[in-house]
Design a binder for this molecule. Structure first.
Ligand SMILES: [Zn+2]
Ligand SMILES: [Zn+2]
Length: 209
């Protein structure tokens, strides 16, 4: 059947109410969103149904999507939660900051310990040694683990070094210097210019002044 519509007639948009309704429900209905990794999210609806959303594939296991191919309220909800920072985007996971417990999102393949922006350290930052209370300046945050780096002078790894026994070995090592070289009568004490290595978790970011 051929239909002719006047260009001035309002365009028929039969599904606009449905779309608006899905949008509203996506935002307001109680649902819990659990990121499973690999871009998958498990949604538990208020009616106690559990659905699986594949965000990048734009798929959901609910009837609305399976039978009507709709961008259902579950897919929308996952997108909303990501935009609002409440759920990690595909490729990232939610973890706790080692020092304060704040929830942060990091790459799926990153390994612990994790730090929020306040507690992350970079070269030039001031840190405090938890064992001695000494203040130091970071010169390097390594990718190498404390149980893999040898301290040449004592023939042991950073992790095995006696004052580091309370810290896990599978954390990165951090090189740091004491901020002021010690000066004796006959000049600078050479050992005070040395870079000392610590397990990352032994050092705590000093409060910014
Ligand atoms: Zn759905
Ligand atoms: Zn923190």
């Amino acid at each position: 059947m051929k239909t002719t519509a006047s260009p001035k007639a309002p365009l028929p948009v039969p599904s606009s109410d449905h779309l608006a309704e899905r949008s509203r429900r996506a935002r307001t209905e109680p649902m819990s969103v659990l990121p499973l990794g690999d871009g998958l999210y498990e949604i538990e609806s208020a009616s106690d149904h559990t659905y699986l959303v594949d965000l990048e594939g734009g798929r959901c296991t609910c009837p609305d999507h399976v039978f009507r191919e709709a961008r259902c309220k579950h897919i929308r909800r996952v997108a909303i939660e990501i935009t609002e920072g409440r759920t990690p985007p595909p490729g990232e996971v939610a973890v706790d900051c080692h020092d304060c417990g704040e929830t942060i999102f990091v790459d799926e393949d990153e390994s612990a310990p994790f730090y929020c922006e306040t507690h992350a350290i970079y070269p030039g930052d001031a840190v405090v040694d938890r064992e001695t209370g000494d203040r130091l300046t970071v010169v390097d945050v390594s990718e190498l683990r404390a149980d893999a780096v040898e301290i040449g002078a004592v023939d042991t790894t950073v992790a095995e070094y006696e004052t580091n026994e309370g810290y896990a070995g599978d954390v990165p090592v951090v090189g740091a210097v004491y901020p002021h070289a010690r000066v004796a009568r006959n000049g600078v004490v050479p050992s005070s210019l040395r870079v000392y290595v610590f397990p990352r978790t032994r050092l705590e970011r000093a409060a910014r002044s």
